[in-house]
Design a protein around this ligand. Structure first.
Ligand code: SF4
Length: 241
């Protein structure tokens, strides 16, 4: 099939069908629905997401807890000496960049919301408007905006794409290898049925990510035990070598 140039509606329909089939197979392996791993308010989810960039989950989780423990609220983080914030988040990659960035974002949100430091108002915006609002903040791209809307208590319909998800989508011909993670968000979300719930979209991200972590490894994927081998030209070619 021509999976790389969905310029026609039939090509998109074929990709949608393929994406759903892959989703169903992976759901059978990893167990859908998958429990949400966070239940944070959207501002806390944003901070968590900013901390997690290029950082192991355990380390960003430790830094997030340290921030919550050492500061009374997000206003206190916003107004603290940057060195104190940097010290609190020392467990993450690039704390010297992330601390001033987090404070900048907190100040911008306060300013735009006339002193009200919260993102709870996003619940009243349509998803595209909420994503655009978030992506107007420095350091916030499509992955972070989708994570805030999907993973937080907002539980909105938005598809984050991490590096595992991205790699699996390329190997399964859902997107061309030349598409970077950022632009992959819109393409992959367009392949999911319009009537899917937020939970189903979340499940799609989770199963694609889990597949990348547990089977479709960056180096030496375990194609011989893969549930979608029959759909994967990459894996079939690898096994024939
Ligand atoms: S067959 Fe191999 S390359 Fe293809 S999705 Fe499965 S593990 Fe990844």
């Amino acid at each position: 099939m021509s999976a790389h140039n969905p310029s026609t509606s039939s090509a998109l329909a074929a990709l949608q069908q393929r994406a759903v089939l892959i989703h169903e197979r992976l759901c059978a392996v990893y167990g859908c629905p998958i429990a949400y791993f966070h239940n944070l308010d959207p501002l806390s989810e944003l901070i968590s997401s900013l901390l997690s960039h290029r950082t192991r989950n355990a380390d960003s989780g430790r830094a997030f807890k340290a921030l919550r423990r050492q500061f009374a609220n997000w206003e206190a983080v916003r107004d603290a000496p940057v060195a104190d914030v940097m010290h609190a988040i020392a467990a993450v990659t690039w704390p010297e960049q992330k601390a001033p960035r987090i404070q900048q974002v907190l100040r911008l949100i306060s300013d735009r919301q006339k002193g009200d430091l919260t993102l709870d108002f996003l619940v009243d915006l349509p998803v595209p408007a909420a994503r655009a609002w978030l992506e107007s903040l420095p350091g916030v791209g499509p992955k972070t905006s989708a994570a805030v809307l999907s993973f937080s208590q907002l539980r909105r319909r938005a598809l984050p794409v991490d590096s595992h998800h991205h790699r699996v989508a390329i190997r399964l011909d859902l997107i061309p290898p030349t598409i970077a993670v950022g632009p992959a968000h819109a393409l992959l979300e367009a392949q999911l049925p319009d009537d899917w719930t937020a939970q189903q979209v979340y499940d799609n991200h989770e199963v694609m990510m889990l597949h990348g972590q547990r089977c479709c490894y960056y180096q030496n994927p375990a194609c011989e035990r893969c549930a979608v081998l029959d759909l994967c030209r990459f894996g079939q070619a690898k096994l024939q070598r």
